[in-house]
Ligand binder design. Sequence first.
Ligand code: SF4
Length: 183
Amino acid sequence: MDSYRINEIFYSLQGEGYYTGTPAVFLRMSGCNLKCGFCDTSHESHTVMTIDEIIDAVTDFPARHIVITGGEPTLQLDAALTTRLKEEGFYIQIETNGTHPVAPAVDWVTVSPKGAPLAINKADELKIVFTGHDVETIAETVEACHLFLQPCSEQNIQETVRYIKEHPWWRLSLQTHKLIDIP
Ligand code: SF4
């Protein structure tokens, strides 16, 4: 790809899942193939950036852990960009809804299925926003070493904790960046 539609690039701590607390550069790509009711991401606003412009921006920060998210990043992330990021020494984590294959050279795949048919059956981390639905069937579909459930709101935190205690192969993921009020 010659250019990419980028929603924002910023530096923070990973707030969720396995790498919670890890300093990371966030590359948020614009656009998604799904329309989840609870989605809090703007899919419209974006800046068109070349690979060189992206590399300039992400190397401005001291961390070399990058979280590529969206929207749905697999719609745009390709080998050309992952190769350049690896050349710059980045550990690449992607957060995807799992409906498209992931580009080569990604180090860590976090899948958060949103009810649409999945195109991948293997990930490093499965992270599901828990609404009380059947998460075991999803876990059978995607083979992952680390299984996380994340409450969908303050109202179902206790329900999520109860479920995890009864199904102890899951772990709790909280949106800690919201708890401590960082981006
Ligand atoms: S998959 Fe994620 S980014 Fe896409 S609409 Fe759903 S919540 Fe939003």
